[in-house]
Design a protein around this ligand. Sequence first.
Ligand code: SAM
Length: 281
Amino acid sequence: MADLDALPPLRAVIAEHGLSARKALGQNFLLDLNLTSKIARQVPDLAGHDVLEIGPGPGGLTRGLLLEGARRVLAIEKDARCIPALAQIAEASGGRLTVIEGDALEVDPLSHLTPPIAVAANLPYNIGTELLVRWLTPQDWPPFWDSLTLMFQKEVAERIVAAPGSKAYGRLALLAQWRCEAKIVLHLPPSAFTPPPKVSSAVVRLTALPAPRYPADPKVLERVVAMAFNQRRKMLRAALKGLGPDIEDHLRAAGIDPTERAEQVPLEAFCALARSVAQAR
Ligand code: SAM
């Protein structure tokens, strides 16, 4: 059995398995193992967690996670061409890596993982936001994961950590910050990837809080926030008209001026608004 340090460089792996990058699968690979180890070190208590990795590709981040001591890694990859390369890593991992060929939007990973669980991924851009929203919006909290360490386009990363009053502030910031600590931990230029994408990237680390910062029903809060930011330039009394004729009363009850725009309203006030709306039902 090879050990992880004896595996060939990622460029050789890509050449051997013919892994030319496919745009439709969002393939921009990280080939520098120093960098993938650096990303892996951003996962809190790696050695104490099973790690779910989405889209391992040729396995750069997978190797980083294993080299940095992850207890176990479950990697879900849609591109069948990558599976033999990942099998070599699995063989060298001493039983710590399991690979599933499949679509991360369809596969249920939980039966393969033992808590505590962390998620780490250089996500394919076309499903990154959808997966993040799924992980952030379970009805019950805490979720199945303790932390998410995720690569995004810089603009998406900025939307996750944005503060009220900024252009990037919106639904993602509120969903993320309501029940998590969210922080950008690394910035990466396009040249870090093969092939280089057009935009810069950033790694965001989200740590699940034991309980939401302010009480609210998740479904009502999501609905209120989605409506408020769907028409973010409108005054809230207009943007939220669909919530009922007494929306101005609810806004005032939550301490929000009905003529304000969504991007000025902090998380605490959105939670108060969701509680007021839920109570009236
Ligand atoms: N983790 C590798 C790295 O950092 O070099 C590859 C990252 S690349 C941005 C995204 C990976 O996700 C690709 O390997 C792609 O094939 C895979 N992928 C795309 N859509 C997927 C899906 N629906 N489910 C699972 N993997 C997917």
